[in-house]
Design a protein around this ligand. Structure first.
Ligand SMILES: *Cc1c(COP(=O)(O)O)cnc(C)c1O
Length: 229
């Protein structure tokens, strides 16, 4: 077993244990392997272990990696980093999901630029649950109305809500932020939007996120190692 496979298995076990502890069915939480800054060979190793969904933060870096991995036909690529208007065409063609949609201008461009040969692009609305001015994302108050607008675009498929809580060692603070995201997700459902994804939780806090209802954890460090190493 490769080091990557071991680490990947260990993350799956953490997810499984957290699901049990929360009384949730195993398999109700998907794992997105965040491969940003790691080379195509590392993605290949984790793919070989069985992982199919990979998350990237940078449009150009992801495009280069996709090219080296073109022989792996069933990889699902998710963009989880900020997206600038001048990169929407590459993103709309190269990704299966964009989880960081927080401006209507970007959503509109993604819908316009999604190639006809592809299925509608799956998207999540990014919500800023911490209120930090530096963070991307719509406010929790604006999330449902914004999501409704996104869902109305013809070449996008609204999947749900994504959030990146402010790093904190205080579980109470982290929990409160996860709850805000969960409320936005519930708000979408109550508004009749067919959402199925609440993307929250990373290497350090995936158990807490699962307790608070996450359906997709985005895990980099715990699978690929330290990015600053
Ligand atoms: C890098 C990143 C992750 C993964 O974080 P780890 O702490 O390495 O697991 C998850 N989500 C987003 C948006 C990221 O940028």
């Amino acid at each position: 077993m490769s080091q990557y496979e071991k680490a990947w298995q260990a993350v799956l076990q953490r997810i499984d244990r957290a699901c049990r502890a929360a009384g949730r069915t195993a398999g109700s939480v998907h794992l997105l392997a965040v491969s940003k800054t790691f080379p195509a060979d590392a993605v290949r190793a984790v793919y070989a272990a069985g992982q199919r969904a990979f998350g990237e933060n940078y449009v150009q870096e992801a495009a280069a990696k996709r090219e080296s991995l073109a022989d792996l036909a069933d990889v699902e690529w998710h963009l989880i980093g900020p997206l600038q208007a001048n990169k929407t065409a590459i993103a709309a063609a190269g990704f299966d999901w964009i989880e960081s949609v927080d401006r209507m201008k970007i959503a509109q461009r993604l819908s316009d630029q999604r190639p006809e040969s592809c299925l509608p692009l799956s998207v999540c609305v990014q919500v800023n649950a911490s209120g930090e001015a530096s963070k991307s994302g719509v406010t929790p108050e604006a999330a449902v109305a914004f999501a409704r607008g996104v869902a109305g675009l013809p070449r996008l498929r609204l999947r749900g809500i994504m959030g990146i809580p402010a790093p904190t060692s205080d579980a109470t603070v982290a929990r409160a932020q996860f709850r805000v995201l969960h409320e936005c997700f519930d708000g979408c459902r109550e508004a009749g939007l067919a959402v199925d994804t609440l993307s929250m939780g990373m290497s350090a806090d995936l158990e807490l996120a699962i307790t608070e209802g996450s359906t997709q954890v985005r895990v980099g460090t715990a699978i690929f190692g330290d990015r600053s190493a």
